[in-house]
Design a protein around this ligand. Structure first.
Ligand code: DLL
Length: 448
């Protein structure tokens, strides 16, 4: 039987849990009211004073927080503690060129390690086991979040970070990790690389993969589990709320991810009206952090669509479970685990000469890996200077100016998005224009 990392909290009767949430909610509202001018103004506008929050049900009186609020207060404007108490910052993609910045006090790092340790235990990990961590280390929360969680659980961590598949395969064979974490798409790459290296996955120690940071499906789970001869367990999270470790599935049931409700208060709303949906219905996930110090957020709109149930779970945990993320209520794309907003592409393109603001993004999947192509129209002037017959023909990039422009766009996009893309230039008028209706800049051929 896999262990429960924090039995007291994870199996707390729901009535007691609700009471604890209510107390913590009152506390967090009081803290943001007095320490974050943005929230003081929002709460004043909503006519709510901290003393009004008496139970967890009062959360509905609170204003929503959106990703744009983080952008408007970039970089540190929503921090609720003096900057010198923030011992770590991370960042994820914003909707424009600037990232979304998040911060942690020492106690926040401890909370984060706790929820990641719980997640690892849910995925079947135990003290003494070895953990190969293939989430990226750096500004992305995946690497360091899981690292601290695994250490807290008492595992031996291999901090290999993402990429370099040949090295991943070598470490898997030589060190014999029990558990590995990465994005689901990278797990497929690992599976194929193992096969290619002539390794039979049934012969290696790895028995559990902790996968998240991008959407995946039951079909993908089946494929992964078959190919890897191991369990594939879903972990969910987002930087704004803490990083990985907002919720995680149990290896025994694989039936919804337990949300660590003593730290994160969840609501599911209709993204159009903002009203709560019935339990079990799909809507947008909204989280309020109950214990975070550096960046407490009230009713943060994740944009992630999922359903939540509080039905008792056979593994004995009482925390609510969320379904897999079924989609987004906004236009955020996730490409190889990297969050991308079309507005970011637009913001990156405007600085480049000889192209117009008309572009299209095409997402596809090649050998299990996401690809992103950006098609962008050149200006009339550039078009004429190159010669009209060049475009759309094979070998057009043998023309130096065209090649150079493509390279420039590629580099600019790579720097802005942290992701390599393919770029192709279109003749003026060949891109997307709104014909009066809704303009769709994105074509997603990945079939997720
Ligand atoms: O992706 C944190 C994370 C790291 C989660 C490692 C799990 C494992 P962000 O970069 O801020 O944080 O991206 C957050 O990624 O709002 C979802 O849209 C998506 N996402 C994260 N986990 C899952 C998942 C990290 N299991 C955004 N399934 C979130 C589907 C996920 N989508």
């Amino acid at each position: 039987m896999p262990i429960i990392f924090n039995e007291e909290m994870e199996t707390m009767p729901r009535e007691d849990l609700r009471k604890l949430q209510g107390e913590r909610l009152a506390n967090v509202v009081d803290r943001v009211y007095h320490n974050v001018p943005f929230y003081k103004q929002k709460l004043d506008e909503a006519g709510v004073s901290p003393g009004d929050i008496k139970s967890v049900d009062d959360v509905r009186r609170l204003p929503f927080t959106r990703k744009t609020d983080l952008r408007d207060n970039y970089p540190f404007g929503l921090f609720a503690v003096p900057r010198d108490q923030v011992i770590r910052v991370h960042a994820s993609s914003g909707t424009t060129g600037k990232p979304t910045v998040v911060g942690y006090t020492r106690s926040d790092i401890e909370t984060w390690a706790e929820v990641c340790a719980r997640s690892m235990a849910l995925a079947g990990a135990e003290p003494g086991m070895m953990f190969q961590n293939a989430y990226g280390y750096g500004l992305f929360t995946g690497g360091l979040g899981m690292h601290y969680g695994a250490e807290k659980l008492g595992m031996t961590v291999i901090p290999v970070s993402g990429g370099n598949t040949a090295r991943q395969i070598m470490l898997i064979q030589d060190f014999g990790p029990d558990v590995m974490a990465c994005t689901p798409s990278y797990a497929l790459t690992i599976a194929d690389a193992l096969l290619e290296a002539g390794v039979n996955p049934a012969d290696i120690r790895l028995f559990s993969f902790v996968l998240g940071a991008e959407p995946w499906t039951e079909e993908m789970r089946k494929e992964l589990e078959d190919k890897l001869s191991a369990h594939a367990v879903n972990i969910y999270g987002l930087s704004e709320i803490i990083g990985p470790g907002v919720s995680c599935e149990s290896i025994e049931t694989k039936n919804g991810s337990h949300i660590f409700e003593d730290h994160f208060l969840v609501e599911v709303i209709d993204p159009e009206t903002g009203d709560p949906v019935d339990e079990g219905e799909v809507g947008e996930l909204v989280f309020t952090t109950l214990t975070k110090e550096a960046l407490p957020l009230l009713r943060y709109r994740t944009g992630d669509l999922a359903s939540v149930t509080t039905e008792p779970s056979p593994d004995g945990r009482t925390h609510a479970r969320m379904s897999a993320v079924l989609g987004r209520s906004d236009d955020m794309l996730i490409v190889r685990g990297v969050n991308v907003f079309p507005t970011q592409v637009e913001a990156a393109l405007v600085g480049i000469e000889n192209i117009s603001p008309h572009f299209r993004i095409i997402l596809d999947r090649e050998e299990q890996l996401d690809t992103m192509q950006v098609q962008v129209e050149v200006t009339e002037e550039f078009f004429r200077s190159i010669g009209e017959d060049v475009f759309g023909h094979r070998g057009s990039d043998s023309i130096e100016e065209v090649y150079r422009l493509e390279q420039e766009i590629q580099t600019t996009l790579r720097d802005a998005l942290g992701l390599s893309t393919r770029v192709s230039l279109l003749a003026p008028g060949d891109g997307v224009r709104s014909a009066g209706g809704k303009l769709s800049r994105v074509e997603d051929r990945r079939n997720l």
